[in-house]
Ligand binder design. Structure first.
Ligand code: ACO
Length: 325
């Protein structure tokens, strides 16, 4: 039994924030941002749009493509670090929005690796025979936890959601393997300090900008490239594949320099790597399913193609998955 992707969907908020717009907010320039990150613009959710709204819109498209009704979904898992509320899980709000009355639902918190970790959860449920159909969503409103006064971070991130429907099928199409890792000793390099039990809500905390994402960009960069390379190699070896046998690598869209450095170390050609970070920035857990859906709807993925998902994020967490389409 394999978990096969039978539908993909994505949703990006309408509002575009360009590098020129960010020039008005912090001391930066379009040239600096493009040279260091490859990002030209990103999408920003409207004030009345929540992470669950983005997730519902992406999921509906994936379910339409798959031709499945809400009642058929047994399991919903959402990878997010920007849930609507600290709790309950955003997955429960998405379940309500979609009317998935037969599903159980929970969130996975693995930052930019959120989609790959959530995908693995669904694959395990399907391969064990516990369930037949799963909906896996990556959804983020990072603009709500970004410090728009911090030029080191605010240039990088965007909002959006992507989703896939998985079905258990006999045969050799579907997710061939998943590979997950984490190392909590790096947590401080990329995190959101508050408000949690370590730093409970206080008025001073707001003045100290505690609710906003903090990142040591240089250090993250180095570990990201190393980990993305290693976990991609692990996936290739597990499936006795060489890099040139990958039809499309869909990496987490962190920034162009990370993607290029990783591809180079893997000896992958530019045309093997799907890139849309220039238009959407880093959408954390949403970036792989957004890119997958875009490639799929453009007709760039053919039956039997071998895809490699490769992700790295806060925690640190990192993971990969190999899929036969
Ligand atoms: N505009 C202009 N100048 C800036 C900006 C900005 N937006 N941000 C920083 N600078 C300045 C710095 O202040 C510094 O100036 P100084 O030399 O006078 O002190 C100079 O530019 C160089 O700063 P660095 O931090 O060394 O710049 P770097 O080349 O490392 O680029 C960046 C910064 C883009 C954040 C890079 O480190 C990076 O891409 N890191 C990876 C982080 C990442 O992708 N995180 C996402 C989450 S994890 C993930 O998704 C994988």
């Amino acid at each position: 039994m394999k978990a096969r992707i039978i539908g993909t969907g994505s949703y990006l908020p309408e509002t575009i924030r360009t590098n020129k717009d960010i020039e008005q907010m912090v001391d930066t320039s379009d040239e600096w941002i493009r040279a260091r990150t490859g990002i030209r613009e990103r999408r920003i959710a409207a004030d009345n749009e929540q992470t669950s709204d983005l997730a519902v819109k992406a999921a509906r498209k994936a379910m339409d493509m798959a031709g499945v009704s809400p009642e058929e979904i047994d399991f919903l898992v959402v990878g997010t670090i920007t849930g609507d509320l600290p709790w309950p899980a955003t997955a429960c709000l998405v379940q309500e929005g979609l009317g998935l009355k037969n599903a159980f639902a929970y969130d996975v918190s693995a930052a930019c690796s959120g989609f790959v970790f959530a995908l693995d959860a669904a694959v395990q449920q399907i391969e064990s025979g516990h369930i037949r159909k799963a909906l896996v969503v990556g959804a983020e409103c990072l603009s709500r936890i970004i410090d728009w006064q911090d030029r080191n971070t605010c240039i990088l991130f965007g909002d959006g959601a992507g989703a896939v429907v998985l079905e258990g099928q006999d045969g050799d199409h579907g997710v061939l393997s998943t590979h997950l890792h984490s190392d909590g000793s790096y947590w401080e390099l990329l995190h959101q300090p508050g408000f949690g039990t370590r730093t409970p809500a206080t008025e001073q905390g707001i003045l100290d900008r505690i609710p906003y994402l903090k990142m040591a960009g240089n250090e993250v960069f180095k570990v990201a490239v190393r980990s993305l390379t290693e976990v991609a190699k692990e996936a290739l070896e597990a499936n006795s594949l060489t890099a040139d046998q990958i039809d499309m690598m869909i990496p987490h869209q962190a920034n162009l320099r990370i993607l290029e450095a990783t591809a180079k170390r893997l000896k992958m050609r530019e045309d093997q790597v799907y890139v849309n970070v220039d238009r959407f920035g880093n959408t954390s857990g949403a970036s792989i399913p957004i890119a997958l859906d875009e490639a799929n709807r453009k007709g760039l993925i053919k039956e039997n193609d071998i895809l490699l998902f490769d992700a790295f994020g806060g925690g640190f967490t990192w993971g990969s998955a190999v899929v036969r389409w």
